[in-house]
Design a protein around this ligand. Structure first.
Ligand code: GLC
Ligand code: CA
Length: 560
């Protein structure tokens, strides 16, 4: 068996609800994904990550699971997943699922039992606390989606903890019985044939048993971080999971790691620690935060982006990185980090170059390979996402002007990523997604940005991604080479080197919307080099120490 296959893999994230509807109910489903496997094979990806498809009341789009062993009927049945696995495996694509074990739905059988009394077989499956003497909540923690992180249940005269919605009670990992149930369930899925897990907010599973109050300075919606993230036993629990289950299978694991720095991430991913293969960090996603956290109109600074990405490249040299610009919780990368109007195609390719030439496992979120941009929803109320709705309310209450609210929603809402995938440009055909009204509005850009036109255009963002993926498969330097940032103080261009054995890779990415230039190392240019990929039709005939660059130009050279 090929060892560490995830190191030279590229993962494609499918948001099942919005990928392809096969039975005309306006909701994407498993059969739809099966139908579109050839598209993913053309792109050349190695692994599909599916967002949660388990039975769920859908309060947080499937991140509230009521039965870990069942597929939500809107997506199909277990048999459909079996077929998807078989068909994907036939063409060399692996499939990983989303593991949501920090919390369940409040409709999960465990919780329905647990809340009944203080002494039932499930009473310690969740985190219950007595009220303070004055009857108030055990700590001052707020939940991600607004309001307190504690909910009172009269039957127990206690509060339960929910870091997310109140319909998402946190599981009590300190209970060994709960851990056993979770490990068994994970084992069951590996027996079923899946190839790994993306682990939802896995850094939150161990709580600080002192339950410290959060300082007022921390945003209320994140105040639970103080006692809930990277808690005292998190490494022990992940190691236990590894020992008892993961080790026995050839699978990949990627943990979602909010509020985790690179030093902590190294602990999770160092092979000898036997915990996880890699984690998703969000440091680069925080560069445009404002007074409401993510909902702001702030633009990132290139110097900060360089600092953050380079820090992670450097510090995780002994561990492993995951590389991502986008996912189902983030706005579209080309709007956020590039230019989604005049230079949409050039800047989407530039961003792809920057990320895919780094060390780590790249993730592509569906539609990113088309250069999809943020969605101008007609009314902010059209956003369905629970997080967006909360911030919308909050900003209204705080008396923010309508224009600020609209702009920050447009720039940051999670629904930007969740509109149906545009298979073609025909509105009458539901853009190839569904003949029925979709569960969430289509993007009005689908007419111009869609898979059919991308596949017909040799110069499309799609074929550029395909080329980047192929390069990773061909060249060990892209997988294993050391990373070195160059031209650190250049405020327009992000450039770096990768070195491996006697080869050097030069990666140059301009973030300027005007022509500019970059300094290139003279010694390097004296060696023989060839261009591997370039986002403008004509490649530079030879490189100069002061190399001119077109707006958002990007290229990669390999020197022997
Ligand atoms: C993760 C998921 C997000 C979800 C949250 C709670 O951050 O990516 O979509 O809302 O966890 O499960
Ligand atoms: Ca459907």
């Amino acid at each position: 068996m090929e060892k560490d296959w995830w190191k030279h893999s590229v993962v494609y994230q499918v948001y099942p609800q919005s990928f392809k509807d096969s039975n005309a109910d306006g909701i994407g489903d498993l059969k739809g994904i099966i139908e579109k496997l050839p598209y993913l094979a053309t792109l050349g990806i190695d692994v599909i990550w599916l967002n949660p498809i388990y039975e769920s009341p859908g309060v947080d789009n499937g991140y509230d699971i009521s039965d870990y062993y069942k597929i939500d009927p809107k997506y199909g049945q277990l048999d459909d997943l079996k077929t998807l696995l078989e068909e994907a495996h036939k063409i060399g694509i692996k499939v990983i699922l989303d593991l949501v074990v920090n919390h369940t739905s409040d409709k999960h059988r465990w919780f329905e039992e647990s809340k009944k009394s203080q002494d039932n077989p499930y009473s310690d499956y969740y985190i219950w606390k007595d009220p303070k003497p004055d009857g108030s909540e055990p700590t001052n923690w707020g939940s991600t989606f607004g309001g307190s992180a504690w909910e009172y249940v009269p039957e127990r005269n206690q509060y339960y903890l929910h870091c997310f919605a109140k319909e998402q009670p946190d599981l009590n990992w300190d209970n060994p019985k709960l851990r056993e149930e979770i490990f068994q369930m994970i084992d069951w899925w590996f027996q079923f044939g899946i190839d790994g897990f993306r682990m939802d907010v896995i850094t939150l599973i161990s709580k600080d048993l002192n339950y410290p109050d959060a300082p007022e300075s921390l945003p209320y919606t994140k105040s639970y971080y103080i006692g809930a993230s990277n808690g005292p036993r998190v490494h022990e629990y992940l190691h236990e999971l590894n020992e008892k289950v993961l080790k026995r299978y050839d699978v990949m694991t990627v943990g979602e790691a909010p509020n985790t720095n690179a030093d902590q991430a190294l602990r999770y991913t160092k092979p000898e620690n036997e915990e996880l293969n890699m984690v998703f960090h969000f440091d680069h996603m925080h560069l445009d935060y404002g007074r409401y956290g993510k909902f702001s109109d702030v633009r990132f600074k290139l110097s900060e982006l360089k600092r953050v990405l380079s820090e992670w490249q450097d510090k995780l040299a002994e561990g492993w990185n995951s590389l991502h610009w986008s996912n189902h919780d983030q706005p579209r990368a080309v709007t956020r980090f590039g230019d989604d109007s005049v230079y949409r195609v050039e800047s989407a390719k530039m961003l792809a170059t920057l990320l895919h030439m780094m060390k780590g496992t790249p993730y592509i979120f569906q539609g990113e390979e088309l250069g999809m941009k943020n969605v101008p929803f007609e009314k902010v109320e059209d956003c369905q996402d629970i997080e967006t709705q909360y911030f919308l309310q909050l900003m209204k209450e705080k008396g923010e002007p309508e224009s600020y609210i609209k702009e920050s929603m447009y720039l940051k809402s999670r629904d930007n990523a969740r509109t149906p995938f545009p298979w073609n440009g025909d509105a009458n055909d539901g853009y190839g997604f569904s003949p029925s009204k979709p569960w969430i509005a289509y993007s009005s850009d689908n007419q111009f940005i869609n898979a059919e036109s991308a596949l017909e255009d040799e110069g499309s963002v799609f074929y550029y991604y395909k080329q980047l993926i192929a390069l990773r498969h061909q060249l060990p330097i892209i997988v294993h080479g050391d990373y070195e940032l160059i031209n650190e103080s250049d405020s327009n261009v992000y450039s770096y080197l990768r070195t491996y054995e006697n080869q050097t890779l030069l990666v140059v990415c301009s973030f300027a919307d005007k022509p500019t230039y970059v300094d290139l190392p003279k010694e390097l240019l004296e060696r023989s080099g060839r261009c591997l990929i370039h986002n403008y039709p004509k490649e530079p005939s030879s490189l100069n120490v002061k190399q001119e660059l077109q707006p958002y130009e990007a290229f990669v050279y390999l020197f022997d």
